[in-house]
Design a protein around this ligand. Structure first.
Ligand code: BES
Ligand code: MN
Ligand code: ZN
Length: 487
């Protein structure tokens, strides 16, 4: 979808005309038919509310939409504006209309607020119809361009920043949506490498031979049941001061999780194509940072494996040696994400000595039981880092909720034969998973773990997404960088 800025609405621009309306503040210049129509249909301008009417203007009948942005003074003002834009996309995206005008004449929206409306519109319009070859014409997305008339000074620059973010969210959604016969470790690397070309991101790839030489026995143990070789994808963004230590984002990229020999039941197993959502979010966030030329040094690491149960697969009870030297008794081959992350985190610390490590993973089903689909789980050894991430989550809409860590949980993963086992009891399953990762985090290194199992995929449309891949994670990481690492 294209976004264009035009000076003002004129007779030559066609398409529905939208106005952004704050709650209980209908524009005073509205035609009586629209004002009365809005009143009669109880349109008050609540965030995401939409009213549509038709009025005669000169020789033409014009389709007019009023999109509610909520209260002008709302604490979550930006979210309200995004919802207004999203409501327009939801309404007109596949309506047959090819262009939409957002008329800002008389509006008091700032450049940043205009950009928020456009971000909501663009994110809500995204869909992936690549494999739908027989889609009826009247279901196809039609909206190709949004023209913004009369936007305030600085709107184009503000939009350029949010457009970079949208590029990142869309890359994540694409990676998450693709099936596992298309996106596997090698093709994940190829897809992301192609997409980041020309952005200034530096791409590094470790193959399985190199990882073996580094001693990544935990990550490779997961991969050994698949014909698809493992990869570690590294994206480096050096937009900050030269020589300044970076922040690291590490993503779980299990391109398909069958459970391995601890095989999952068939119902819903297809969902496990999105078990690479953490890695997808890291790749998308790195693209966003590069596209908007973020003034920060950030490294994105994606641990990529496929968890399959063939004759070479690891068995329950196997003991593997991680890159850190610590040994792990693999009680359950379906608790594979932590095995991938532990080696990725160890390597990241050794290679880059980052000021903080933030990992993202669709790690546990227990997380979904705890928080449903409204918050990602946050675990951290550092209250300051945790507070920054909670704030970034709030501001960006990728909401987080903090969980505890502690020695009493940690001892639940002690093993009688190795340094630790890869699962604890059922109770507190998300916490023991986080404790497992923490055993690989250097002492005094600020670290946060985001368990995003409930957030990557949506069974129904949400605020700025259709059903399917949400792109969760990109926005909280981007916001964290903006508010804490830049300027
Ligand atoms: N990828 C899953 C977690 C998951 C489940 C994500 C459902 C999204 C939706 C993870 O690898 C897994 O299988 N975890 C197990 C851990 C258990 C064996 C300790 C789980 O949550 O059941
Ligand atoms: Mn699993
Ligand atoms: Zn998994």
């Amino acid at each position: 979808m294209q976004i264009e800025f035009i000076p003002a609405l004129s007779a030559s621009v066609t398409g529905p005309v939208a106005r952004i309306v704050d709650q209980d503040a209908l524009p005073i210049d509205l035609e009586a038919a629209l004002a009365e129509g809005a009143r009669a249909s109880r349109f008050s301008g609540k965030a995401g509310q939409l009213f549509e009417g038709f009025v005669v203007r000169g020789d033409a009948v014009v389709r007019v939409a009023l999109a509610g942005a909520g209260e002008a003074q709302a604490r979550d003002r930006m979210a309200g504006l995004e919802k207004a834009g999203a409501a327009l996309s939801a309404k007109y995206g596949a309506s047959g209309e090819t262009a939409l005008i957002i008329d800002l004449a008389g509006s008091t929206l700032s450049a940043r607020e205009v950009a928020a409306v456009l971000l909501g519109a663009r994110l809500r319009a995204w869909r992936y119809d690549t494999y739908r070859t027989r889609m009826p014409a009247d279901q196809k997305s039609s909206l190709a361009v949004i023209r913004v008339a009369g936007a305030p000074e600085g709107s184009e620059a503000a939009w350029a920043v949010e457009a970079a973010l949208a590029d990142g969210v869309e890359l994540t959604r694409e990676l998450v949506t693709e099936p596992a016969n298309v996106i596997y470790p090698e093709s994940f690397v190829e897809r992301v490498s192609a997409r980041v070309k020309g952005t200034g991101l530096k791409v590094r790839v470790l193959n399985d031979t190199e990882m073996k030489a580094l001693g990544m026995g935990a990550l490779l143990g997961v991969a050994q049941g698949s014909i698809r070789p493992a990869r570690l994808l590294v994206l480096e963004w050096n937009g900050g001061a030269a020589g300044e230590r970076p922040t690291a984002f590490v993503g779980k990229g299990v391109t398909f999780d069958t459970g391995g020999i601890s095989l999952k039941p068939p119902a819903g197993m297809e969902d496990m194509k999105w078990d690479m959502g953490g890695a997808g979010a890291v790749a998308g966030a790195m693209l966003a940072l590069a596209r908007r030329k973020a003034k920060a040094n950030v490294i994105g690491i994606c641990g990529l494996v496929e968890n399959m149960p063939d004759g070479g697969a690891q068995r329950p009870g196997d003991v593997v040696t991680s890159m850190s030297g610590q040994t792990i008794e693999v009680i359950n081959t379906d608790a594979e994400g932590r095995l991938v992350l532990c080696d990725a985190v160890t390597w990241t610390q050794k290679e880059y000595d980052p000021t903080a490590v933030i990992d993202l993973a669709t790690l546990t089903g227990a997380m979904i039981i705890s928080l449903g689909n409204e918050h990602g789980g946050l675990f951290s050894n550092d209250d300051g880092l945790a507070a920054k991430l909670l704030a970034a989550g709030d501001a960006s809409g990728d909401k987080l909720w903090r969980f505890p860590l502690g020695p009493a949980y940690d001892k639940l993963i002690d093993s009688p034969i190795a340094d630790m086992k890869n699962v604890g009891p059922r109770e507190g399953g998300s916490i023991t998973a986080a404790q497992f990762i923490q055993r690989f985090v250097d002492k005094d290194r600020p670290w946060a773990h985001l368990d995003i199992a409930g957030m990557v995929w949506a069974s129904k449309p949400g605020q700025t997404w259709d059903k399917g891949a949400t792109g969760y994670g990109v926005r909280v990481l981007d916001r964290f960088v903006r508010d804490n690492l830049e300027g």
